[in-house]
Design a protein around this ligand. Structure first.
Ligand SMILES: [Zn+2]
Length: 413
């Protein structure tokens, strides 16, 4: 990996505003994702990858051809172009801190905002290294432009080391991951890979091999509206019914009171009025069967609420979202095993970790492509206090290089 070139790439990509927009039905949800994708295609073509292209949905594809007759299977790497809508990604002004001294980092655009060791104890391990922050007014977008930059640097490094034995490597840059649409338009046949790695994890040396299983519950409440002046014994206020529904959910089964492997039911939005209201809730657990229990629990609560509020109607619809990564990874044990081996060969110790959320890999794995998620130097994501570590990005790039070699060798497990 060329450290300086990797840094320059990262700085270039974070300055393109690719904020995902949940309100937007179009795909991708923001025009900046087209812009960044176009930039990547141009760079890939300059490197010499003639087949690099942006498809009709703004996904960017490139094939790094095998240079061997008896090469190992095709593998793929994935990162997403969009950034989280939780904090603005417009006008990102990255600050590079070389040889971090341990001092409080002032963010120049907002005097109130600082990054200190006190609030980020992990910074202790980054003394003397290169960090990248924003000016405090936007997010940085290391999630997932760190992954994007690393994959681009991988492409260029493989082009430079043209005699390094390799199987076919596909790079896929997706859109709108942050709003749950990351794999909506992925053509798995076109990808044609045996395993894939998302470069979309925090810090270093994590191999995410378990994620939540996830469903969405939509609770619809019908009330009865009438002018308040004549409402006595006639009005049924859907908002009050909805509030009662939420009140009856066990408080300990919430994201704010659980950690580790514990799951939850999380009401995250309620909208409507007296006549009708809708509550959206996410159901999460590492054990997929638990989701069924949560759904039954909601059904039972809905029934109770409905009888407590005569004239109301409360219905629950559950939609499947994604499933625990580990279920699909069992089908291709090499996917995770080779990731651990890659770290080992680089003298690093990888930790297998569980993600209290989903990754694009959860959905890719469910669709039949085993896809663990790897660290790529992200910290404090989705926040104006976000920072990224260049050293960790370089390390992630080296892990990716090692994976290319290992999959070509196909050592037995
Ligand atoms: Zn991400």
């Amino acid at each position: 990996m060329n450290r300086q070139r990797l840094l320059e790439r990262f700085l270039r990509y974070v300055q393109v505003d690719t904020t995902a927009n949940e309100q937007q039905e179009s795909y991708p949800s923001s025009s900046g994702q087209w812009d960044l994708g176009r930039m990547l295609v141009e760079e890939l073509k300059t490197i010499g990858y003639a087949d690099a292209h942006q498809d009709d949905h703004a996904l960017v594809w490139v094939t790094i051809p095998s240079n061997q007759a008896d090469a190992g299977p095709t593998i793929a790497f994935n990162a997403h172009l969009d950034t989280s809508p939780e904090t603005s990604g417009k006008g990102v002004k990255p600050q590079v801190i070389e040889s971090y001294s341990g001092e409080v980092i002032q963010l120049s655009g907002d005097p109130q905002k600082t990054i200190s060791m006190e609030s980020n104890p992990e910074l202790q391990q980054f003394l003397g290294t290169t960090l990248i922050t924003t000016d405090g007014t936007t997010l940085l977008g290391g999630d997932d432009k760190a992954g994007v930059a690393i994959m681009m640097e991988l492409a260029e490094t493989l082009a430079e080391q043209s005699s390094l034995p390799r199987g076919e490597v596909k790079l896929l840059f997706t859109c709108d991951e942050e709003i749950g649409r990351g794999v909506d338009h992925v053509d798995f046949e076109k990808l044609g890979a045996t395993a894939c790695y998302t470069l979309d994890g925090g810090g270093a040396n994590d191999v995410d091999i378990e994620t939540f299983s996830a469903d969405l519950a939509i609770v619809s409440i019908q009330g009865e509206n009438i002018h308040p002046a004549i409402a006595k014994d006639r009005m049924v206020n859907a908002l009050r019914v909805g509030a009662d529904m939420i009140e009856r959910l066990p408080k300990d089964q919430s994201p704010e009171r659980t950690e580790g492997r514990a799951g939850f039911i999380h009401p995250y939005s309620m909208e409507g009025g007296v006549a009708s209201a809708t509550i959206r809730m996410i159901l999460r657990d590492f054990d997929t069967e638990k989701l069924l229990e949560y759904a039954e629990q909601l059904e039972a609560t809905a029934k109770d609420v409905q009888s407590a509020w005569p004239g109301s109607e409360v219905t629950v619809e559950v939609r499947k979202q994604y499933r625990n990564l580990s279920e699909g990874l069992r089908r291709e044990p090499r996917a995770a095993a080779y990731a651990f081996l890659a770290h080992e060969r680089l003298g690093r110790t990888a930790k297998s970790s569980i993600v209290r959320g989903g990754t694009d890999g959860s959905q890719m794995t469910e669709r039949g492509l085993p896809t663990p998620n790897l660290s790529c130097g992200q910290h404090n994501i989705h926040s104006p206090l976000e920072w990224a570590s260049l050293e960790e990005m370089v390390a992630a790039g080296n892990v990716a290089m090692e994976l290319v070699k290992i999959w070509n060798e196909q050592p037995s497990l």
